[in-house]
Design a protein around this ligand. Sequence first.
Ligand code: NAD
Ligand code: SAH
Length: 412
Amino acid sequence: MDIKDPSLAPAGHKKIDWVSAYMPVLSGIREEFRRTKPFRGLRIAMSIHLEAKTAYLATVLKDGGAEVYATGCNPLSTQDDVAAALAERGVFVFARHGVSAEEYEEHLLSVLTCHPHLMIDDGGDLTSLLHGKAQALGDCLIGGAEETTTGIHRLLAREAQGGLRFPMVDVNDADCKHLFDNRYGTGQSTFDGIMNTTNLIIAGKCVVIAGYGWCGKGAAMRAKGLGARVVVTEIDPVKAIEAAMDGFDVRPMSEAAAMGDLFITLTGCRDVIRAEHFAVMKDGALLSNAGHFDVEIDKVALEAAATRVYERKPNIMGYEMKDGRTLNLLAEGRLVNLAAGNGHPAEIMDMSFAIQAKSLEFLLSNKDTLAPRVYRVPAEIDREVATRKLCGMGLAIDTLSPEQEAYLAACE
Ligand code: NAD
Ligand code: SAH
């Protein structure tokens, strides 16, 4: 166990209890797991943003009979009070807010030393260790589930090279994940993080959204709703047309750089905003990332261009340029919604984590036939989660009559 301070637990318990009341799908799965105990005798390692919704998932897996070992997947998103509460709830926790790169890796290795049977990863850090220096710790591994887009890209690259060592379920591409989490979750929590951190208005600002994938669409939609003028940058011609037809101003970053008051990168790519862009930005421009890791904004180039770097406010660093302008980097260029906020809302993570829990059960039920490949989440799981969510939202839908079913299945 490695947590900051066990005495923080009471505040963490309140956070976990609050969110769990808004996660009916996961709560339904919890009841089921309490009865069926699918993970009895098994060890589960997880590396995922260690905040209240994740803590609730960890306890649901524990209720399913597992011994759970948890760490974060980002040095800044761990909440120390939640980590303390989770430890009190019987999960082995290795996570502290603001750890160094070395400590972060030590925590990943610590959760793997349990020799897990199942694994939950977000961004691919556990997977990478299990293919490198910690290969030996994967000797009991049945498989794992990956939460996010960039993690999936890396898994697919590993699979294509023939190097994947165990089955992985692609949670991100389940409909009940990316359609809601990446779009509406990122859309809301990104602005939540930015507005709380800066205490500035969005209305009337020019907001530059880099990347018009699922996350970018959500952020652009919410920026527009808050009254911003929105500029979108893309590298994919189809996505660029989509953004234009959704009513956004599409431009290359070389033009957008001089226009933006607030920049948000959501691409999964590196160096999306770099030296030539910093050179033409407005004084006071706000720079943030809600994509992956801290490489979308070239922090090294930003630092090199600055004559002074100083903290302006918690989670905001000012970079004073030679010509007197100051550019403001939020949350060290790490995911602004999690490093400077609470991440996606409970109702969203309810679906993402229901998919996670069911994916682990899927791995277990099919362990004798699965190969070291990346598997899509079975359509029945997506449907089951959607049906339970609708019920939780108090919504009903229509059912096809036999005549309608026959009509839809007919050749002519
Ligand atoms: P996506 O593949 O749907 O979209 C990414 C988009 O970025 C694509 O349209 C791509 O063409 C575009 N792009 C790539 N490089 C670019 C560049 N240099 N300039 C401009 N556009 C570029 O992926 P997504 O699901 O939207 O995820 C985006 C990133 O956000 C991933 O790294 C993912 O892991 C991460 N993510 C973050 C959160 C969060 O909570 N902050 C949630 C979900 C996903
Ligand atoms: N480790 C990488 C991974 C990107 S995280 C990094 O920190 O840069 C992106 C993932 O975070 C999304 O797929 C989303 O499902 C997850 N996420 C968003 N809000 C969350 C929350 N409140 N709790 C746990 N995970 C969350």
